[in-house]
Design a binder for this molecule. Structure first.
Ligand code: ZN
Length: 167
């Protein structure tokens, strides 16, 4: 088990679009394994993206609604129906805000062997796929908030009212 420290908001790697994976080698398999160990060591979390452990590569792992796996170089197809549940992020610990997302998402990408892989989810899994794909573009869920929720999020982040990073 290799759990890796989670980068916290303010770290530039979280704001950097991740590079597409081009080498499907042992190093990539180790990265996927470390991401999964890190996710499973953070109970109640739905996913971890490589930039969150300081690696700027288009890889994430997820564990949501009984579905667990990884996806590399993803692109998203979103349905029209919306959901508005609370969302949180390991990189913004302790804070949760109602976050609009598509109710249904299909993520197309490849697995660690470079084979095509498609994941379709609704509800919580769809939310996780959108959240993690955003990470790979250098976006955080708080960026999608609007209005009063956005003002509250900015206020609470500015006051540093998230839990200190656990390292
Ligand atoms: Zn996150």
């Amino acid at each position: 088990m290799t759990m890796r420290p989670i980068r916290i908001i303010g770290d530039p790697v979280l704001r950097t679009p991740a590079a597409p994976v081009t080498s499907f080698d042992a190093e990539l398999r180790a990265l996927v394994a470390d991401l999964m160990d890190t996710l499973l060591g953070a109970p109640g979390r739905a996913g971890v993206a490589a930039p969150q452990i300081g690696v700027s590569a288009q890889v994430f792992v997820y564990d949501a609604d009984g579905h667990r796996g990884h996806l590399i170089n993803p692109t998203l197809e979103l349905g029209d129906d919306r959901q508005d549940d609370d969302e949180g992020c390991l990189s913004i610990p302790g804070l949760y805000f109602p976050t609009p997302r598509a109710m249904r998402a299909t993520a197309h990408g490849v697995d660690q062997d470079g084979q095509p892989l498609t994941i379709t989810g609704t509800g919580f899994l769809a939310r996780a796929l959108q959240h993690e794909t955003d990470h790979l573009a250098g976006r955080l869920y708080v960026d999608t908030l609007r209005g009063e929720t956005r003002r509250r999020a900015l206020r609470e982040m500015r006051s540093g009212r998230y839990a200190p990073p656990s390292r």
